[in-house]
Ligand binder design. Structure first.
Ligand code: T3D
Length: 264
């Protein structure tokens, strides 16, 4: 582990595991954790050796969102400018996850609340512990869903469920989140990180550029017209078709063996 305190990173078999590490505060986000998280995601962007990211939390929770101790009105002073904190801390991180042309797997090891829930839901493949729950906690403190929540929930669940989750702040159990199509899978608590790592390792040994383009193409689909998406598929496929991994994949098929992708 290369230890940056509030965030731990560990690179193994092409998988950069990023662990949110403030377990006594349910991995809620203070500035230190924001910076460590962003630094780790930037590393995933920059290093070719990183071919997949696995995000999880230390201890019994995934993340409880913003550290409310840092927002204590009883300490006096002017009200915090939350537009500024979103723009400075959360939004760049969410953009890094969405724009990263590599798979991001999330192992939701326990409760995910507020921005913690929505950061998890922004990842590409989410596997949750059976006891985990997702809470749009914002309305309990007078806020709106942020960290991409109003966008993701509405697109995935539709307005009725998105509004009800956001307005009631009712915990959404992991199995219901899976049944509603919000996450990929649910596994027994003690297996969640292990199973997510197996999946991440499999993705890390895949055709990294092709997987990255797949991610970006699927994300673009909800915004594009059918015609625009066909154009995008043409361009992305042209790029994928020029990778060494494509040549290796076809060769391996013809030679009746497993492909050995190098991520190039
Ligand atoms: O501010 C901005 O920049 C704008 C952005 C906002 C983004 C947001 O995320 S707003 C939403 C913030 N999050 C919340 O409102 C959730 C608050 N937490 C909870 O509702 C509950 O903790 C949970 C439902 C998540 C879990 O409940 P439970 O009973 O399992 O655990 P707990 O006992 O409440 O928490 C355990 C400890 O973590 C506890 O500390 P203690 O008493 O043992 O010393 C608790 O205070 C601490 N903790 C939990 N969440 C937070 C937190 N400390 C600081 N900030 C938190 N968000």
């Amino acid at each position: 582990m290369s230890d940056t305190g509030a965030v731990l990173t560990h690179l193994e078999d092409g998988v950069l595991t990023i662990t949110l590490n403030r377990p006594d505060k349910l991995n809620s986000f203070n500035e230190d954790m924001h910076l460590g998280f962003r630094q780790a995601l930037q590393r995933a962007h920059d290093e070719a050796a990183v071919r997949c990211v696995l995000l999880t939390g230390a201890g019994r929770g995934f993340s409880a969102g913003q550290d409310l101790g840092d927002r204590d009105p009883r300490k006096g002073g002017p009200a915090p400018d939350l537009g500024h904190t979103l723009e400075t801390f959360y939004n760049p991180t969410l953009r890094l996850i969405r724009d990263l042309a590599k798979p991001v797997v999330c192992a939701v090891n326990g409760v995910a609340a507020g921005a913690g829930a929505n950061i998890a839901l922004c990842c590409d493949i989410v596997i949750a512990a059976r006891s985990a729950k997702f809470i749009q906690a914002f309305s309990k403190i007078g806020l709106i869903p942020d960290a991409g929540g109003s966008w993701n929930l509405t697109r995935i669940l539709g307005e009725p469920r998105a509004k009800a989750l956001a307005m009631t702040a009712e915990p959404l159990p992991a199995e219901k989140a899976r049944d509603w199509g919000l996450i990929w899978d649910v596994v027994d608590d003690h297996l969640v990180v292990e199973e997510a790592f197996v999946l991440a390792k499999r993705l890390a040994s895949g055709p990294t550029r092709g997987l990255g383009l797949t991610k970006l193409a699927i994300q673009a689909a909800s915004e594009n017209s059918f015609d625009d998406q066909l154009d995008l598929e043409r361009d992305f496929q042209q790029e994928a078709g020029r990778t060494e991994d494509y040549a290796e994949g076809v060769t391996a098929f013809l030679e009746k063996r497993s492909a050995e992708f190098q991520g190039r």
